[in-house]
Write a protein of this length. Structure first.
Lengths: 207, 207
DNA sequence: ACGCTATCGGAACACCCCGTCCGTTTAGCT
DNA sequence: AGCTAAACGGACGGGGTGTTCCGATAGCGT
């Protein structure tokens, strides 16, 4: 979906479009969705008007940027679904989706509070959630996932994971790993006690 | 701390001050710390200047508002500490703190820190965290809390709990209850499988 | 090489925010 | 009731945001 109608664009236009998307990706990943459009334009070394010609509104830009992240999300669920052991697939899905969200501060926001008109994003999300529900169903059938788990729990976990703020991407990954492990342990139907991933120092600014 | 120097204020001034604090409390609770000062003044039926005379900066207002919430937090930890069964005290502490945060969207932000000069808040927070650490130590000694639990995990849980967005306060409480239960289950050293609190429908805006 | 036109980008618009100034109101004491 | 100082609140400035206008630029077919 990155190369949709790009062939009908002039060479410099296409170049700018790609630089804008790249800049928006990193900006959203680092600072969340609240980055100013000007800031994105500045990073892409482009005027604000150019940005707005390629993406008529901020929402359009966000939608375009996160379409591929959503695809990555779906791929992760699919891989979990492909695992012969549904419980292991379920666990890996949760871990990897949490890590994906942890590495991109904007993605959780884009995922959860879909914009009024980001229909493609919402549709993709529903598809991914449907598959996740099937995976959960199988994991329950296997007796490893607690039967009272519901799909909304997964959304809750994603929202919660998005609330964790860290200083570096590395810390974000580590925190999300530990967080996911804690939750997976809580979701287990017949528990054992594997060790948690290492603890993470969380930034309490102005301590 | 609500009535510190209020006696030296003129009657209307004191009245306004209290209305401002009340308005700020509910506004912060409902919408988080990002409410406009003007909005708070409007809710308190007061001009912006009046608001700024009583609280020279937004940060001062936030600090004053959340001092009592912080006290409530400390009280919760103390009650947990007072429980003869440290594990039960630990669990109740987590549940109640999560609920407290769920009912006040701004509190998590104010707690996690945020402000450069909210010294009292930070100090109170450190005290509460220290007590929580002691409670965790006892719960570990009792063999019920997994030994690799660390204090940062508690902060992580609070941050995560703050990421959960709901539509109504009732839903927020229900969600935080379920969330806390899931995590407590994950923190248990020797697990059993109690049923989770009821599931919560989470708002995925637009569909 | 030329010119047509798609594309660019700085400046500008409308809006909202925080925090302040100053003329008006009002509490409270005599 | 009258006076004075304390308190009020509408209007202001500076800065930020998303978005648009229009003159300048530069790709590309001829």
């Amino acid at each position: 979906m990155t190369s949709r109608l790009t062939h009908s664009l002039r060479s410099d236009a296409q170049d700018n479009r790609e630089r804008i998307l790249a800049a928006a990706r990193t900006a959203f990943a680092e600072q969340g969705l609240d980055v100013a459009m000007r800031e994105i334009a500045r990073r892409a070394e482009v005027g604000p008007a150019t940005l707005y010609r390629h993406f008529p509104t901020k929402e359009a830009l966000v939608t375009d940027v996160f379409t591929e992240q959503m695809a990555a999300c779906t791929a992760i669920v699919d891989e979990g679904l492909a695992d012969p052991d549904p419980w292991r697939g379920f666990c890996r899905m949760i871990e990897r989706v949490c890590e994906l969200h942890a590495l991109d501060r904007g993605f959780t926001a884009a995922f959860v509070s879909a914009f009024p008109s980001a229909i493609d994003l919402a549709a993709d999300r529903e598809r991914a959630l449907g598959k996740a529900a099937e995976l959960a169903r199988r994991a329950k059938a296997g007796g490893k996932l607690r039967p009272d788990f519901v799909l909304d729990d997964l959304i809750m976990v994603l929202m919660a994971n998005g609330g964790i703020r860290t200083t570096s991407p590395a810390a974000a990954v580590a925190a999300s790993r530990r967080f996911a492990a804690l939750l997976i342990q809580g979701m287990r139907a017949e528990p054992a006690i594997p060790p948690l991933p290492p603890a993470v120092r969380l930034p309490l600014a102005a301590l």
